[in-house]
Design a protein around this ligand. Structure first.
Ligand code: ATP
Length: 306
C-alpha cells in the first residue's frame, strides 16, 4: 500500500507545483496588468480608519463580463472581529481579498471601510491600512532581515527581531549560518511554504495595520507547521479586524462568523457550531476534511513503522 502511495503522492506533488507555478505567473500578470487600470478618483481622500469595520454590500464582480464570479455578496467584519470565508475551490474566496485590496473594481454594490467607499479613497492609504498575508509570499534575494523589514522600512533591528519572534520564525533564523544576515533566495537560504508565510506574518506585525487579510495557503501543511502558523496568526489577529480566506477548516473553528461561499453566492453563514448543527455544505466539507486528515495520519504512521 505504502509502495503504491509514495509514487502517487510524489506525482500529486509535482502536479500541484506545476499548477501553482502557472497560477503564480498568471497572478503576476494580472496584478501588473490590472493595477494600472485602477485609478484614484480626482478628489480621492486618504482613508481614515477609526474602528476598522469592513462591509461588503451586495458586491458583484466578474473578471470577464460573461462569467460572473460574485453574484451579490453582503457581509460585515465588525471592528476587531474575525470572519472566515470558506467554500469549494473556484467559489470566489480569494477574489474577495483582491477586491478589498482594490486590485480590481467591482461591477455592483459597495465595499466600505468605516463607512468610506474604497473607490473614493486613495489606493495608497487603502493598502497602507490593510495587512495582506498572501498565499505565496514573494521573497527578495537579500538578507532575511531585509525581507522582514519590508513590512516597515523604518523599523530598527530590535523591532525586526521582535516581529520574527511573534511570527515564530526567529528560532529558525537564528539557526541559519549568519542569522538575520543570511541571504535568502536562489543562492542562499531556501524557505518552505510555511516559513515564507511566517516571514509574511512578521512583515505584517511590523506594519501593524488595523485590518488584516489572510489568504491561507492551499497546500497541505504538516500539523506541526500548521500549529506554529496558527499560533503566530492568532497573536497578530488579536484585536484586529481580520478576514481569513480559509482552505483548511481546522484553522477557522474559532472565527466569529464563517461565510460559506458557493458559486459566487453565500450558501450558509454562522459559527462553526451552528454550521455543523445545520448539516449542510459546511458540515459535509468538515467531515470530508476530517476523513482525509485521519487517512493521512494513518498513512504517516504506517510509513513510520515500516
Ligand atoms: P481556491 O480555493 O481554489 O483558491 P477560490 O474560491 O479562492 O478558489 P478564486 O481564486 O476567487 O477562487 O477564483 C474564482 C473564479 O475566478 C475561478 O473560477 C477562477 O478561475 C476565476 N479567476 C480567478 N482569477 C481570475 C483572473 N485573473 N481572470 C479570470 N478568471 C479568474
Amino acid at each position: 500500500m505504502i509502495q503504491l502511495y509514495q509514487p502517487l503522492n510524489f506525482m500529486g506533488m509535482v502536479y500541484r507545483e506545476i499548477k501553482q507555478a502557472i497560477i503564480d505567473i498568471e497572478k503576476m500578470f494580472n496584478v501588473l496588468g490590472r493595477e494600472a487600470e485602477i485609478k484614484d478618483v480626482p478628489d480621492a481622500k486618504p482613508l481614515v480608519v477609526s474602528a476598522g469595520n469592513v462591509r461588503f454590500e451586495d458586491v458583484r464582480f466578474a473578471y470577464e463580463p460573461a462569467r460572473p464570479i460574485l453574484k451579490g455578496i453582503s457581509f460585515e467584519v465588525p471592528a476587531g472581529k474575525t470572519v472566515a470565508i470558506v467554500g469549494p475551490s473556484g467559489a470566489g474566496k480569494s477574489t474577495i481579498s483582491r477586491l478589498l485590496f482594490r486590485l480590481y473594481d467591482i461591477s455592483g454594490g459597495r465595499i466600505l471601510i468605516d463607512g468610506q467607499d474604497i473607490r473614493e479613497v486613495t489606493q495608497a492609504s487603502l493598502r497602507a491600512s490593510i495587512g495582506m498575508v498572501p498565499q505565496d509570499t514573494v521573497l527578495f534575494n537579500d538578507t532575511i532581515r531585509y525581507n522582514i523589514r519590508y513590512g516597515r522600512w523604518d523599523a530598527d533591528d530590535a523591532e525586526v527581531e521582535e516581529a520574527a519572534q511573534l511570527a515564530q520564525i526567529d528560532h529558525f533564523i537564528r539557526m541559519a549560518p549568519k542569522g538575520y544576515e543570511t541571504q535568502v533566495g536562489e543562492r542562499g537560504l531556501k524557505l518552505s511554504g510555511g516559513e515564507k508565510q511566517r516571514v509574511a506574518i512578521a512583515r505584517t506585525v511590523l506594519k501593524a495595520p488595523p485590518i488584516l487579510v489572510l489568504d491561507e495557503a492551499t497546500s497541505a501543511l504538516d500539523t506541526h507547521t500548521e500549529h506554529e502558523i496558527q499560533g503566530a496568526l492568532d497573536r497578530v489577529a488579536k484585536n484586529r479586524t481580520s478576514l481569513v480566506i480559509a482552505h483548511r477548516l481546522s484553522t477557522i473553528v474559532g472565527a466569529d462568523e464563517i461565510i460559506v461561499l458557493d458559486q459566487g453566492r453565500i450558501a450558509e453563514r454562522g459559527t462553526h457550531a451552528q454550521l455543523l448543527a445545520h448539516g449542510g455544505l459546511y458540515a459535509s466539507m468538515w467531515n470530508r476534511q476530517r476523513e482525509a486528515e485521519a487517512a493521512r495520519e494513518k498513512l504517516a504512521k504506517m510509513a513510520d513503522t515500516s
